[in-house]
Design a binder for this molecule. Structure first.
Ligand SMILES: [Zn+2]
Length: 403
């Protein structure tokens, strides 16, 4: 038996759904309707029905010792699920936050079961997850439960997630991505390389964020090493990043470009990005926690587009906050301070991602600024304030969306 995404029936609905603007963690975008949900023993087996306030990406998995079925869903508030009456073989229902942006429902079983069917059907704006289980032999169950999971889903132990969904809290996970490195020095000028300058700035920014106390910081590289672009986005997913900030100071051939510039992924690049990503074989790496490896290209693209539709407004707000804070710090910005492009490192569908060109090494004045620790400290402080302002705004929107 395999992981199941029962999405094929509802594909057109997913395609036309307008997703809410907030894509932050714990926004509990979907809520369980306890009254419309049930666990009953029927002819075909055990029927589990969960009515949630909107469709969400989800997956199922069996685990052994003790036997249980895991239902992972993106941002579902399972509050009240333990009030459902549960007949054998279910012994208990537990829910909690599993990883950033994902919740986990644990359906405890008193013996080995197998999956007969699983689907998510939409009902107006709502979605109904229906799962049917039937008894099986211990050997088959053990084999199914022993199947290797994606590494990112393997931890933490599900036994550790009995706590209820917290109301936010915890540090904001910032992934800093100093551009280039190793065999790829990036732009160069007067014996300095963009790779080195960006690593220096990233380390300084990391210190500023850590001193603040409200951030956890992960770097895609902390040395002069080459890191492939796709690995950089993988680092962000593995870290459960709340945001991804790529740092560059490229050289531009044309004109006299100078000043800091914030880039986000161009809208016309997103379709191409989804299509290109979906063609790849290692699909399990594309979207945090969603195993796309058994899906056809269309379903993979739809799942990524869904996530992207949620994420893009948040990304735009992040870009606006960075531009605003840099301007407020009276740091020189490019004439067009927010631009879009098809940069690969910005293609994570589910993590707000921006690329900050701190300046252009092709500009003498930008090069001097970048080489000046006082200027870099001002810039780092502006970025810290931008992230805080953005996080506050996301919190406020989350409250509005879930009063
Ligand atoms: Zn660069």
């Amino acid at each position: 038996m395999r992981l199941i995404y029962a999405l094929s029936r509802v594909l057109p609905l997913f395609l036309s759904l307008a997703m809410p603007a907030s894509a932050q963690e714990l926004s509990a975008l979907a809520r369980l309707d306890v009254g419309a949900s049930s666990v009953t023993q029927g002819d075909g087996g055990l029927n589990l029905t969960f009515d949630v306030s909107q469709p969400v990406p989800w997956r199922l998995r069996f685990l052994d010792r003790p036997p249980r079925l895991i239902l992972d869903a993106r941002e579902v508030d399972w509050t009240g699920v333990q009030r459902l009456a549960v007949p054998a073989p279910v012994t208990a229902l537990r829910a909690g936050r599993f990883r950033a942006g994902w919740s986990r429902l644990v359906i405890e079983l008193d013996g080995p079961q197998r999956l007969i069917s699983a689907e998510m059907a939409t009902l107006g704006d709502r979605a109904v997850i229906r799962v049917v289980l039937a008894p099986t032999d211990p050997e088959s169950f053990a084999a199914e439960a022993a199947r290797a999971d994606l590494p990112e889903w393997a931890v933490p132990d599900p036994a550790d997630i009995v706590a209820p969904l917290p109301e936010g809290g915890g540090p904001l996970v910032v992934v800093l991505d100093p551009g280039h490195g190793g065999i790829d020095p990036g732009a160069e000028r007067d014996g300095e390389s963009e790779a080195d300058l960006m690593l220096t700035f990233a380390r300084e920014l990391k210190e500023v964020l850590l001193r603040d106390g409200r951030f956890a910081v992960v770097m895609t590289r902390d040395d002069d090493i080459f890191v492939p672009l796709e690995t950089r986005t993988s680092v962000a997913r593995d870290a459960g990043a709340d945001l991804f900030l790529s740092l560059h100071a490229d050289a531009l051939a044309e004109g006299e470009a100078q000043g800091a510039t914030v880039y986000t992924l161009a809208a016309d690049a997103t379709d191409a990005a989804s299509a290109a990503l979906a063609e790849r074989h290692d699909r399990d790496d594309l979207l945090a926690g969603i195993d796309l490896s058994d899906q056809d290209d269309l379903v993979a693209e739809v799942l990524m587009d869904m996530a992207r539709t949620e994420t893009m407004p948040s990304t735009d707000r992040l870009a606006a906050a960075v531009v605003g804070a840099i301007k407020a710090a009276e740091i020189r910005m490019h004439r067009y301070p927010h631009q879009t492009a098809g940069f690969s490192v910005l293609k994570s569908p589910d993590i707000p991602s921006v690329l900050l060109e701190l300046g252009f090494l092709s500009s003498e004045r930008d090069f001097k600024r970048l080489s000046d620790p006082v200027w870099r400290a001002r810039m780092a402080e502006a970025v810290r304030l931008a992230i805080l302002q953005w996080a506050d705004e996301e919190d406020a929107l989350r409250v509005l969306a879930n009063p």
